[in-house]
Every structure is written in structure tokens, then in C-alpha cells.
Design a protein around this ligand. Structure first.
Ligand SMILES: [Zn+2]
Length: 279
């Protein structure tokens, strides 16, 4: 059996362990602690790690995850063994048991809020952090069978909670992708170190395939993927092979959901937009 406890993590075992529903595929589930509201104009210092340890072993016990991870130092605290459910998502009566729906369902609270300040620098998303220690956490999750994929796509600030995908596909999910929940964390995540690109992800066909006057299968594929990811609201009829303003507006909405602004959110897909859309 793989390690019940992440090697190197500090252990703060909570006593109320409970089994998961192991007829479902193995999952990782990601959060940010979001314990302060800051902004680009008004960043705020990151909350001390020990405050969160105290919270999840005290007043916040009822929503404790498996792991609390500091992406700036690599420090990790663990509250439940991999074989137990943890408690960081809401679970309404009936339907999927959100904290249990996996052979394992390993939840990680990332010590982070948007525009937190560390060492004089502010960070808008988890993707901007050094993500120190992420590789070790993923290795441990892989040892429990969690595959390196985001079945609903890599998280954005927008939610997308497809119950069939959740019930049937193993891999990583954001809180923004869990049925019966309303939180939109964790936002854009760091790229998975050591992950193989999804065999389903098409190669970026080049900027020249998109824009006014262009009509081809890549425009259609782009539109279909935007709809699948919940960014299709500007289509009146649906995606087609011909580029139109609705395509541009939907791409722009997806880019803004990554936290991008200015030319980063101009509505024309580049390689990074494409990669995030299909992975
Ligand atoms: Zn959350």
C-alpha cells in the first residue's frame, strides 16, 4: 500500500476519519485558503501557516482538508490519512457524497489568496507562485492512482460542475468544479510538474487560423471547447467553422477568467490560451 501520510509532511491527525466511496475513480481536489480579500491596488501579507494549522485543528475542524500546503516555502501539514475522507467541500443530502466520491479523494488547501504579498512581491494567482513542493505532493497522489489530468479542464475563476464527469473520471478537480458547491477557488493553478500532456489535447494550430475572415475546422474546435468549458454565452446559435465576433468575445471571457488583462485578453487564442483550454 502507498504511504498514508505524505513523506515529509507535519502530522496533525484528526480523530474522526471515515472511509471514502471507493467505487469512484481516484481524485485530487484543490482549494485556496482565501482567508483575506486583497486587490491589485491593495495587496495584503500572506496569513501565517501556523494560524491555519491552528484553525484546521480547532475552530475550522469541520472543514479540514488532507493537506495544508504553503507554495512559497513548501511546508505541508496533514490532517487526515489518504485512506480517509476529509471535509473541505459542502455536501448536500442526497446525490454525490462530495467529500468521499473517490477511491481516494485527497483535498489540498493551498495557503493563498489573490494579491497576497510575500517578500515584498504580490501574487495574483496560484499560477504565479513558486509552487515549492508541488512535485512531491503530486508524486504522492500518483502513488494513490490519481492521474495527471483535469477532467473538467484546468481551473479558472469560473465554475463548471458537471456531475457526470465528476462521477466517472479520475484526476484533479478544483473546488469550482465540485457539484453541490458554490466556491470558485482555486483559480488558475501552476502547471503540473512531470505531467504528460493529455493525449486528447490538440496541438495549437497557430494564430493565423483565427480571426476575421477565417473559416476552418480549428475555429469550430475552438468554439466547441469553449462551450464545453462554460464559455459559450456569446454564441446565438452555436460554434461554427467561420470566425465571428462571438468567438472573439468567448475567448476574451476565457482569457479574463485566467486573470489576464490588456493584450492578454484580446479574444484571439495564442498557445497558452489553447493549452489551458484543452488541458
Ligand atoms: Zn475551497
Amino acid at each position: 500500500m502507498p504511504d498514508l501520510w505524505l513523506p515529509g509532511a507535519e502530522r496533525y491527525p484528526l480523530s474522526d476519519t471515515a472511509p471514502t466511496d471507493d467505487e469512484y475513480p481516484p481524485k485530487g481536489l484543490w482549494h485556496i485558503t482565501w482567508d483575506k480579500n486583497a486587490s491589485a491596488a491593495k495587496p495584503a501579507p500572506l496569513v501565517p501557516f501556523n494560524n491555519l494549522v491552528k484553525y484546521f485543528t480547532g475552530a475550522g475542524k469541520a472543514s479540514a482538508p488532507h493537506l495544508l500546503w504553503d507554495p512559497f516555502t513548501g511546508r505541508v501539514a496533514q490532517f487526515y490519512p489518504a485512506s480517509s475522507r476529509s471535509k473541505s467541500v459542502a455536501d448536500r443530502p442526497g446525490g454525490t457524497r462530495t467529500n468521499r466520491a473517490g477511491k481516494v479523494l485527497i483535498q489540498v488547501e493551498q495557503l493563498f489568496f489573490p494579491h497576497c504579498q510575500v517578500g515584498g512581491k504580490a501574487y495574483a494567482t496560484m499560477r504565479d507562485t513558486p509552487a515549492k513542493g508541488l512535485g512531491e505532493i503530486l508524486d504522492w497522489m500518483r502513488s494513490w492512482g490519481v492521474p495527471d489530468v483535469w477532467p473538467m479542464g484546468a481551473p479558472t475563476w469560473r465554475s463548471n460542475r458537471d456531475e457526470v464527469t465528476w462521477a466517472t473520471r479520475g484526476g484533479h478537480y478544483g473546488h469550482s468544479q465540485v457539484p453541490e458547491n458554490d466556491h470558485t477557488d482555486p483559480g488558475p493553478m501552476p502547471a503540473w510538474p512531470g505531467a504528460k500532456p493529455s493525449p486528447l489535447a490538440p496541438v495549437f494550430p497557430g494564430r493565423g487560423r483565427f480571426g476575421p475572415g477565417k473559416a476552418n475546422g480549428d475555429v469550430l474546435r475552438l468554439g466547441q471547447q469553449l462551450v464545453k468549458r462554460g464559455f459559450g454565452k456569446h454564441y446565438k446559435v452555436g460554434p461554427s467553422r467561420s470566425w465571428g465576433e462571438a468567438d472573439r468575445l468567448n475567448v476574451e471571457a476565457f482569457q479574463r477568467a485566467q486573470g489576464w488583462t490588456g493584450t492578454g485578453a484580446d479574444g484571439y487564442p495564442g498557445p497558452e490560451t489553447w493549452r489551458r483550454l484543452f488541458n
